[in-house]
Ligand binder design. Sequence first.
Ligand SMILES: [Fe+2]
Length: 289
Amino acid sequence: MRAGLAQHPAALDTRPLGATFGAELHDFPIAGDLPEATVDAFRAALHRHGVLLLRDVPNDPAALVGFSRRLGTLEMHSASAHTHPDHPEIFCVGNYADDRMRANFATGVEQWHADSSFRDTPSACSLFYGAICPPEGGETWLLDAVTAYAELPPALRARIAWLNAVHDLNTLSEWNRRHTPGKPPLSEEARRRFPPVTQPLVRRHPATGRPSLFICPAVISHVEGLPPAAGHALIAEVMAHATADRYVYRHQWRAGDLVVWDNLSTLHTATLFDHERHQRLMFRTTVAG
Ligand SMILES: [Fe+2]
């Protein structure tokens, strides 16, 4: 468990998930009118652990949106074609489709990232709910970007300490197009809404003050001040360290799981699944930073 944070007074029932971070949270119903102190305790636990897993959460999109809103203002996703028909705050992921909903489906292996890094103000946290989960594959892997940073070789830590990178939704879109044939290019409208933004490679968490790696290889067009190839090589070197098993928690989904991650201290990625044989439908809400 990450050290250095005081236990919140309203103790929640948590058990560790990964070697260095993450916790399963027991007996925490998200529906209904939760007292502010309970929401505060949840937020403190999220900052402390980086990732919280809740099991057997009923499939109730309205409750998911309601609880997400208690954590902050919700982002509206850049790909509005794949939002929930009754709850535009919910981005639907997977191969599920019916006449009202078409989840966002990609066949490329996703890269490590924090959600919305291409926004001026990146997302604070995301809530990801498994409505229909394949029996295998379709995993979510999460990475402890705080401990991975703290345990970087000192010389490498010094090299990245003051560098900035340019995060660009169009870079991500082109990456996706290379891996998912037939995907259309990013619209002009989206390019205007999300121009490239500069982000530090190492950032400090606004609530905890802890530094962490903020590196999203498929979203970064280049590292400022370095030739493109040198920038990408530096990113690859850091990520080779950061993706060691010790810093990664691999979540195998069960329908009814809700995984909440702190986008300001973790990175995540997905694994493929057999989309010819299995269905998958996930609901994501994203809390603005
Ligand atoms: Fe994501």
